[in-house]
Design a protein around this ligand. Sequence first.
Ligand code: NAD
Length: 245
Amino acid sequence: MLKNKVAIVTGGTRGIGLEIVRTFKENHAEVILFGSKEESVNKAITDLAKEGIKVEGYYPDLNNPTEIKQVIEEINEKYGSIDILVNNAGISANKKIEETTAEEFENIMSLNVKAIFNVTKEVVPFMKNKKSGVILNTSSMVSIYGQPSGVGYPTSKFAVNGLTKSLARELASSNIRVNAVAPGITNTDMVAKLPKEMIEPLIKTIPLGRIGEPRDIANAFLFLASDLASYITGVILSVDGAARS
Ligand code: NAD
């Protein structure tokens, strides 16, 4: 489904991002993964190689526009284009507002929102030159109704939805589609870190009766990245077993 496409996946070293990398590779894309650290990027590349999947990785500071510009230019030069950008890197929060520092709030907004702006800004000129491209952002089901604690996280994901819908309109005339996937609770390290008291009651409310697997989410990214979604832009696709309602 993604033959001859070049895709960058941020936060591609584990969890949902790593599964997107696998799924895109199975569908014949060239994939470049980004991670936060050299060690985690190397580990992901080595683990994928053991599965017979060959990818390259980078670890630019997603809040350093100069570093991002260099890396994006290098990738475009090396691969000839950047057709798909998946802005997936993200961190969550679960503390009550009184226990959350301004710095923690800012850190969430920096990675979950500003980093998307930073990377997208550098990729868009190359997509515009080619008059085609797909930008996909990882939102969350908490971007619909919020969550009972950890206010920075849903705040950041509401912003992701706003950025997605606005850029879809701004870039449509250049044939660049911009969509987001809003996963429900998904079986990754991010969820393993959250307290059981927070997760278990949530699972009970999921109509499909289970949490999502990374492949459930990656398949939605595959669809939106592919030409099957050629008339879909500005959409926030919920993949959450109907947990949002
Ligand atoms: P994860 O913690 O397993 O992976 C997070 C990824 O983000 C890693 O690849 C990591 O390298 C990268 N990352 C973290 N901090 C970074 C930094 N400072 N700079 C660059 N990269 C950094 O998480 P996940 O569950 O796979 O989450 C991936 C995305 O899915 C996030 O945007 C998250 O908000 C979203 N999401 C997850 C769930 C869930 O239940 N797991 C639900 C809804 C949305």
